[in-house]
Design a protein around this ligand. Structure first.
Ligand SMILES: [Zn+2]
Ligand SMILES: [Zn+2]
Length: 140
């Protein structure tokens, strides 16, 4: 579901300079369904690239999230980051395995309008997180 652009192109398209740190952080997160905390990103980078400080990782994650390349989630009370596709989507978050699935907005559009009809409440259709159990974790 993610765009196939390499990290460099994604960074430039988002108006960011493709620094080594940003490139490494983005490359690590591309293609993962589970969000990672800054500590987890730092630990993985340290074992592969090495020499990247935690503060640098925090800063890179923050910049990438600000630019819209990463979406943020709450993972056991900690902020976690996930690389998301550029197309609008809702998040389906699994309570068991922490996987996040991207759901096209039109799938829930009729549900949202029904919700509004019954309650008068207008949800933000551009950011809706649904928690539950994913297909892989659901008992058969
Ligand atoms: Zn997202
Ligand atoms: Zn799951």
């Amino acid at each position: 579901m993610s765009t196939r652009m390499v990290p460099d192109e994604q960074l430039r398209a988002a108006g960011l300079l493709p620094t080594t740190q940003r490139r490494a952080v983005l490359a690590l997160l591309v293609g993962r369904s589970r969000p990672l905390t800054a500590q987890a990103v730092h630990a993985e980078l340290a074992s592969t690239v090495g020499g990247v400080g935690l503060t640098t990782v925090y800063r890179a994650l923050h910049t990438l999230a600000d630019a819209g390349l990463l979406h943020t989630f709450d993972l056991d009370g900690q902020r976690a980051y996930r690389h998301c596709g550029a197309a609008p989507h809702q998040h389906l978050i699994c309570d068991r395995c922490d996987a996040v699935l991207e759901c096209p907005p039109d799938v829930v559009a009729s549900w949202l309008s029904e919700l509004h009809h019954h309650t008068g409440f207008t949800p933000h259709a551009d950011r809706l997180d649904l928690r539950g159990i994913c297909a892989a974790c659901a008992p058969t």
